[in-house]
Ligand binder design. Structure first.
Ligand SMILES: Cc1ncc(COP(=O)(O)O)c(C=O)c1O
Length: 417
């Protein structure tokens, strides 16, 4: 695949030109899509890869002896290899395709957790988790009485690790987000994985917001499991991945039962297929896997260091612009220092409800998210029912930030502030 952008620095105009949807106008004006932490737009090469596959190679995978089916199976497995390389997994079989990051985290809690955790065992989470890394553990608490402990946050929205040894004492699992979808906070992933292992606990990383924005090396992290979604990294929705260390995946029992995940089925039971098929019950999202692989290729060609550098520059500009322009009228949550945060900017604007802010911004084609961002425990900590959130990605530029600031000014006018 050819990607006509520089691999050293991000040429945003060239990148943006590859996203057909971003050429769309509403009411004759351009769109400012600032909701990529929610879901990202798709480049032409991903759309083309999926169309081409559908038009020329679509067939069942793993089940049929004819050549078309073999070709489809090869393409599906090639996509797995691309995704594995993208996060530097040791081998392709360490990638399990799931529906999304949510399903990947449920797989860990339900399949590994049920097999390994009993009454009184401790699972450590953090106060900045998405519901996808909270509710599956709550479900396990309800089923078998495990204890949840929580890593708190500092006043500036970073993880407060001062009590980490005490929290991890006797724990079986530390499961945490590598980057918060509300605060943008980056967790010190290798440090947390090492601390978990020192305490005899497994390290599970919710990498859903991290993988699309940063070079990811699961081996260097020293993690045990990591979950992420294709739709947040320029790929299609309907597919995500669980990466797991091969030995761990081998010893984890299956999650969902059915076709494709078995080596044998008898009247008195079944034998599971080897990893990763063991965790991919039923017909998988085949075309979406091809799109996921194409997205990994696209991002690799851009260079993830360049993507991160672009987001650091742009988010720094956004923070400065909003603070300079609105001063005390805006409260921005999360760390101020770009070293510790990604391109997610949650804020409160004057005393306007975030939904009102979002609706007014929409009139100027500025798309942001307003709500609890599936992080209600964190919202309670912030003392807010909701926040407004602008999130930046590789196709955003300073025009988008300026449009956000202008639209916020417009909101003040509309509400007579
Ligand atoms: C930090 C984090 N974890 C998990 C998820 C769940 O992702 P998905 O809805 O793709 O399963 C999200 C989605 O916003 C997220 O931001």
């Amino acid at each position: 695949m050819t990607v006509d952008v520089s691999t050293t620095a991000l040429d945003t105009a060239a990148v943006k030109a590859q996203f057909p949807l971003l050429r769309r106008q509403i009411d004759g004006a351009p769109l400012h899509y600032l909701d990529s932490a929610n879901t990202s737009q798709k480049p032409q090469c991903v759309i083309d890869a999926m169309s081409r596959f559908t038009e020329t190679s679509y067939a069942p995978i793993n089940r049929s002896a004819y050549r078309l089916a073999a070709e489809a199976t090869d393409a599906y497995e090639a996509a797995r290899t691309k995704v594995a390389r993208f996060v530097n997994a040791r081998q392709a079989d360490e990638i399990v395709f799931t529906k999304n990051a949510t399903e990947a985290l449920n797989l860990v809690a339900q399949a590994w957790g049920r097999a390994n955790l009993t009454d009184g065992d401790v699972v450590v989470l953090t106060h900045m988790e998405h519901h996808a890394n909270v509710v599956p553990w709550h479900m396990l608490v309800a089923e078998r009485g495990i204890e949840l402990r929580w890593i708190p946050l500092t006043d500036d929205g970073r993880l407060d690790l001062s009590e980490l040894p005490r929290l991890l004492d006797g724990a079986k699992v530390l499961s945490f987000s590598a980057m918060s979808n509300v605060l943008g906070t980056l967790a010190p992933v290798p440090e947390l994985c090492a601390a978990a292992h020192d305490a005899g606990a497994l390290a599970v990383v919710d990498a859903c917001q991290y993988v699309p924005h940063n070079a990811t090396d699961v081996q260097a992290w020293g993690a045990d499991f990591a979950a992420f979604s294709s739709h947040k990294m320029c790929g299609p929705s309907g597919i995500g991945a669980l990466w797991g260390r091969a030995e761990l995946l081998d010893e984890t029992p299956p999650f969902l039962g059915g076709g494709n995940m078995i080596a044998d089925v008898r009247l008195d039971g079944f034998t599971a297929a080897p990893v990763p098929a063991k965790f991919e019950a039923g017909t998988p999202p085949i075309t979406e896997a091809i799109g996921f692989g194409a997205a990994a290729d696209f991002m690799s060609a851009l260079g993830m260091d360049a993507v991160r550098a672009h987001e650091v520059e742009l988010t720094g500009y956004a923070l400065q612009t909003l603070e300079d322009r609105f001063g005390d009228d805006i409260t921005i949550h999360g760390p101020r220092d770009m070293e510790h945060r990604g391109g997610v900017v949650s804020f409160a604007f004057r005393d306007l409800h975030p939904h009102d802010v979002s609706q007014v911004l929409d009139q100027r084609n500025v798309c942001i998210r307003a709500g609890h961002h599936c992080a209600k425990p964190l919202m309670r900590l912030l003392g807010a029912a909701a926040t407004a959130r602008a999130s930046f990605y590789l196709y955003n530029d300073r025009d988008d930030v300026d449009a956000l600031a202008e639209a916020l000014d417009g909101a003040s006018d509309i509400f007579g502030l």
